[in-house]
Design a protein around this ligand. Structure first.
Ligand code: AMP
Ligand code: MG
Length: 418
């Protein structure tokens, strides 16, 4: 194994380890945003019966053949049908039924004329009235037909489709109170560091608040996983080993922050070797080259560096696609757009940088990328302001102003079409 892997090598090794989770049945609303694990078959025709698409009059198109402003036709209203009614009265030649949107078509009628295109000659427009029509409609106009969207016994959605709100509506109309989707992974979020205190404590001398536990849990949530937070881990081999073993019992994926570098109290790598396997621990990137990957028993493990921005970027590059893969999503990579660099950026020749920046569109329609603050890996403010990670490739230093750079769009979801 080379001492240091490229981002592509590390990612390929890591994602090869990640498997889609088993399906589960959930309440319909809990399926929103998730991936269907089995075809969803409709129990009824949708629409369930021929019905009106408009408020108007159901009639026989043949009665209005040749109707115009000059030669209007009058029909007698013989029924009044609301949504939810069922009408047995037949519309015969010379008659019409007043009908509301969604109400079932009465027998004999084949067409609906909108109420706005008619005028009442006598009566109140209800049963017994005479109504005037001055246009010849197309037969079938404004009628929604039984089984138009899906027929009983047919799949309304296929396994592998991601369920958005419209799909949830389709599943509701076809009788799916519960739905079979892939499980969301339970992701153990572990923070190492004897300096860490919980966020409700004002840190005493030498201590800092554990922010990574929260930023990581938030990233897990956004990626579609279930974050499971564990207590802060003090920097000892025993405490780190115990935490890894405990997390592996109840979670599908373990991520840690900190303790993967060359510090005297960095115990994640030895703890991983003692409890499972270590596959790699260095990736040619900045921020955060000590990205660490392995397994604890059968549970994939990813050790992120502790500096808050390194943690944030490492999660974006490695952990987010893994979580998406686990819940069955096909699109694992954020969209990348090319943009012109507003200013030159200094960097080390050999490293690939993921620089926090903002892309914006200029008045002439071009995309421009600029830094959005100090790139120190301790500063979350810059990550907060960023809408992209500019990829500054290895082998180039400095990157000149006006050069074209690829930008990973943090503001756009993976399946977006640019
Ligand atoms: P490490 O990777 O453990 O050497 O940590 C690198 C830097 O990140 C140190 O300044 C740590 O204090 C800081 N750090 C580590 N873990 C956290 C955390 N959970 N929340 C905030 N900062 C952290
Ligand atoms: Mg540490």
């Amino acid at each position: 194994m080379p001492d240091i892997l490229s981002v592509e090598q590390a990612k390929a090794q890591w994602l090869a380890l990640i498997e889609r989770r088993a399906p589960e049945e959930v309440e319909l609303l809990d399926a929103c945003g998730r991936v269907l694990a089995a075809d969803a078959v409709s129990d009824i025709d949708v629409a369930p019966f021929d019905n009106s698409a408009m408020d108007g009059f159901a009639l026989r198109a043949s009665d209005l053949r040749g109707a115009s402003d000059q030669t209007p036709v009058a029909l007698e209203v013989i029924a009044h049908i609301a949504a939810g009614d069922w009408c047995e009265t037949e519309v015969v030649a010379g008659t019409a039924a007043r009908i509301m949107t969604g109400a079932p078509m009465p027998p004999g009628a084949d067409t609906v004329v909108k109420v706005e295109e008619t005028s009442v000659l006598s009566g109140d427009g209800g049963v017994g009235s005479q109504v005037r029509f001055s246009r010849a409609p197309q037969p079938g106009e404004n009628v929604r037909h039984r089984g138009e969207e899906v027929k009983a016994g047919e799949a309304v959605l296929r396994a592998g489709e991601r369920l958005g709100p419209a799909a949830i509506g389709l599943l509701a109309s076809t009788g799916h109170a519960r739905v079979c989707v892939y499980r969301r992974p339970r992701v153990a979020v572990l923070s190492t560091g004897s300096e860490l205190v919980d966020i409700d404590t004002v840190p005493p001398a030498g201590k800092i608040r554990n922010s990574n536990n929260y930023s990581l849990a938030a990233q897990v949530l956004e990626a579609g996983g279930i974050p499971v937070a564990f207590p802060n881990i003090t920097d000892t081999l025993e405490a780190t080993k115990a935490a890894l073993l405990e997390a592996a019992v109840s979670c599908d994926l373990i991520i840690t922050s900190g303790g993967v570098s060359v510090g005297d109290f960095d115990y994640v790598k030895p703890a991983l070797e003692a409890t499972g396997q270590l596959f790699f621990c260095k990736v040619n990137m900045r921020p955060g080259n000590p990205q660490t990957m392995g397994m604890v028993g059968s549970v994939p493990f990813f050790g992120l560096p502790g500096n808050p921005t390194s943690t944030f970027v490492g999660f974006e590059i490695f952990v987010r696609p893994a979580i998406r893969k686990m819940w069955g999503e096909k699109h694992l990579e954020r969209p990348v757009t090319r943009a012109r660099l507003a200013t030159a950026i200094q960097k080390k020749q050999v490293r690939r940088y993921f620089t926090r920046g903002r892309v914006r569109r200029t008045d002439d329609g071009a995309l421009v990328a600029e830094l959005c603050g100090d790139q120190s890996s301790a500063l979350l403010t810059t990550a907060h302001r960023a809408n992209c990670l500019m990829i500054l490739p290895e082998g180039v230093a400095p990157v000149p102003a006006d050069s074209e750079v690829d930008c990973i769009r943090l503001d756009i979801e993976e399946n977006a079409c640019l």
